[in-house]
Design a protein around this ligand. Structure first.
Ligand SMILES: [Zn+2]
Length: 307
């Protein structure tokens, strides 16, 4: 029998999502783990491996039935050699050869990449960037991630760390960022910083979901906070649009649910700052794939590297 199943793993700082998919991309089984419940790299990896074995057993499958496993990780990953450089939000992964480790223990051919690269790949193949030749995908969350698709393929850069839209400086003398830089986009619109801003106006019990609701009910202070965030994102994206001339920019992550108030401001800012030819081409849209984008991206990574 020919192998026809794929394992997709989205390893994040909060959750690990593990999916079994058929070759058409249908998720047959999905298991979520809480990353912090398994402190240390080896404990976490042992649990992921155990979960994969359990899924195979439950579905009466063997390693030979699996075309490959794809793993997305939140940091710079050497896609070619299968090595994690480091993970900024999960300690203990420096220079770890995850591809070799995982394939030796499972007997499954393994491919690894940065998590947002895989989200961009999934959006490009089946989501909001479908049929776009050049696209940039950004995810707004605790961190602000980015992935770049050039001529239909992931653009990884010279040391596999391209696409960090969240760490584009938008203010020369801005506040210091975790990455070592200063005035990065993430330092203005990462969840933590947006929440700080919201607390200043609405007190400590405010959440970003509530802030979005308030804006929809035309609360002026809430609208102003989202508009300011939209301008910051728009400034960074105007630079991206001028540099890469993409036909699509896909915006995902929890903050993207703020909706029209945020998107209008992003669009207006890009239209007012980007160069005429580039700004006429680009469409700014909301991500289509939500929870399973990482798993789907991992599936395409396997599919497109095993044919
Ligand atoms: Zn930064």
């Amino acid at each position: 029998m020919q192998s026809k199943f794929i394992i997709g793993i989205d390893l994040g700082a909060t959750n690990v999502k593990i999916g079994l998919l058929d070759s058409k991309g249908k998720i047959l089984k999905k298991v979520n783990l809480t990353t912090k419940s398994f402190p240390g790299r080896l404990k976490l990896l042992a649990e992921i491996t155990r979960t994969v074995h359990n899924i195979l057993q439950e579905k009466k499958l063997h390693a030979k039935d699996i075309i490959g496993a794809g793993i997305g990780l939140p940091g710079p990953v050497d896609f070619k050699n299968g090595i994690v450089d480091y993970l900024p939000n999960i300690p203990g992964w420096r220079k770890f050869p995850i591809r070799k480790w995982f394939s030796l223990r499972t007997g499954i051919k393994t491919f690894v990449d940065n998590d947002v690269n895989l989200v961009a790949l999934a959006e490009s193949r089946m989501g909001a960037a479908r049929n776009a030749k050049n696209a940039v995908c950004i995810t707004l969350g605790t961190g602000v991630g980015g992935g770049v698709i050039i001529d239909g393929n992931i653009y990884r850069g010279s040391s596999f760390s391209a696409g960090e839209v969240g760490h584009m400086p938008i203010a020369e003398k801005g506040p210091k960022c975790n990455c070592g830089g200063r005035g990065c986009l993430e330092r203005f619109v990462g969840n933590k910083y947006l929440l700080q801003k919201a607390r200043g106006s609405f007190g400590s019990s405010i959440s970003l979901e509530r802030l979005a609701e308030l804006a929809k009910k035309k609360n002026k202070k809430a609208i102003a906070i989202w508009q300011e965030a939209g301008r910051h994102i728009g400034v960074a994206l105007a630079g991206v649009v001028n540099l890469l001339n993409p036909d699509r920019i896909v915006i995902g992550g929890g903050v993207a649910n703020a909706g029209k108030v945020l998107f209008d401001e992003i669009e207006n800012t890009v239209k007012s700052l980007a160069m005429p030819t580039q700004r006429r081409t680009v469409k700014i849209v909301k991500a289509k794939l939500t929870d399973n984008a990482g798993i789907f991206g991992a599936m395409f990574l396997v599919k497109e590297n095993t044919d």
